[in-house]
Design a protein around this ligand. Structure first.
Ligand code: ZN
Ligand code: ZN
Length: 310
């Protein structure tokens, strides 16, 4: 079983259009980018998690010939606006061979998404399946458990997923993906102790006022410690909204002041805001080691592919 991180960026991707902040400048200089977050689980069959505006290039550069099912985590544009691209999977197989792609989402998410994409169902491209939080369901060789996440009033249908499957040598693998969130209102035993955890990390530091209801790495640390992944933790949905000291772009509306920035336990200056992939990974390693936490946290990047065979 493989996981491909098709995209690992926030709602507008980074570097962001029209942004000259120090983070975006550094990423452009290094030729780095993070497209909108989407994941692909590839086993005997494939499971796409979220289908945002970058999905066309994400799927084509990974050469994906078929999608067996799609999970939509919530009704924000960066997680579903690419659904029309699924049409290509119907258009390019023989008429009598195509079966509509099952799309799983909560009723609250479908209420919003159907206003734009109900025609995909009417034209036989997708078949929607309403999933209920805290109820396991099966799709192919995957057992899936959606759990409610708190992600603000504009994403009332928001869920994360616990997923179980067997790898190629028949060993069971469990994984939790939080999607976008700032809290898990009713944590259940199903989401604790997964082998792998994929968690949002939109900022490094928790902002003064977390209006967009996202997860910072600072806020994620106690969640990682509560969910206790046995193997790796991967960070996704990174943005550029932390304020970098002396950046003229700190006045931009999207930039957030930290509430009480992460700093070494012995005191001193806050950890520097990471500008690129390498700095993100180094900072995260330093923080985990300074805090004496035993978790292996990997900052995911676009097209990172993980084989889960052990
Ligand atoms: Zn998002
Ligand atoms: Zn969102």
């Amino acid at each position: 079983m493989d996981i491909i991180f098709l995209g690992t960026g926030g709602a507008w991707g980074v570097p962001e259009l029209n942004c000259d902040c120090l983070i975006c400048k550094e990423m452009r200089k290094n030729n780095e980018k993070r497209e909108r977050t989407a994941l692909l689980f590839s086993n005997k069959t494939s499971l796409l998690i979220d289908c945002g505006p970058d999905i066309r290039s994400q799927l084509s550069r990974n050469g994906l010939k078929a999608i067996d099912a799609v999970l939509i985590s919530h009704e924000h544009g960066d997680h579903y606006m690419g659904m029309d691209e699924l049409f290509a999977y119907k258009r390019n197989v023989a008429r009598d061979l195509f079966r509509p792609i099952p799309v799983y989402l909560t009723s609250k998410s479908w209420e919003i998404i159907r206003l734009r994409f109900e025609y995909l169902e009417q034209m036989g491209v997708i078949k929607t399946n309403i999933m209920e939080p805290n109820k396991w369901f099966k799709q192919g060789e995957f057992d899936i458990f959606p759990f409610k996440t708190e992600h603000g009033d504009f994403a009332k249908g928001s869920v994360g997923f616990a997923i179980k499957t067997k790898n190629r040598i028949g060993k069971e693998i469990s994984l939790v993906y939080t999607s976008d969130f700032m809290d898990i209102p009713e944590p259940t035993p199903e989401i604790v102790h997964p082998d792998y955890l994929i968690i949002q990390s939109f900022w490094l530091n928790e902002p003064v006022n977390n209006v967009p209801h996202h997860m910072s790495f600072q806020r994620a640390i106690p969640f990682i410690d509560r969910l206790k992944p046995k193997k790796e933790t991967y960070l996704v949905h990174m943005g550029d909204a932390d304020m970098v000291p002396n950046d003229p772009a700190n006045n931009n509306a999207k930039k957030y002041e930290p509430k009480d920035p992460l700093r070494p336990p012995t005191g001193g200056e806050p950890y520097p805001i990471p500008l690129d992939q390498e700095q993100w990974q180094n900072t995260v390693n330093q923080i985990m080691s300074d805090q004496g936490l035993p978790y292996n946290v990997i900052v995911a990047y676009d097209d990172l592919r993980i084989e889960m065979e052990k």
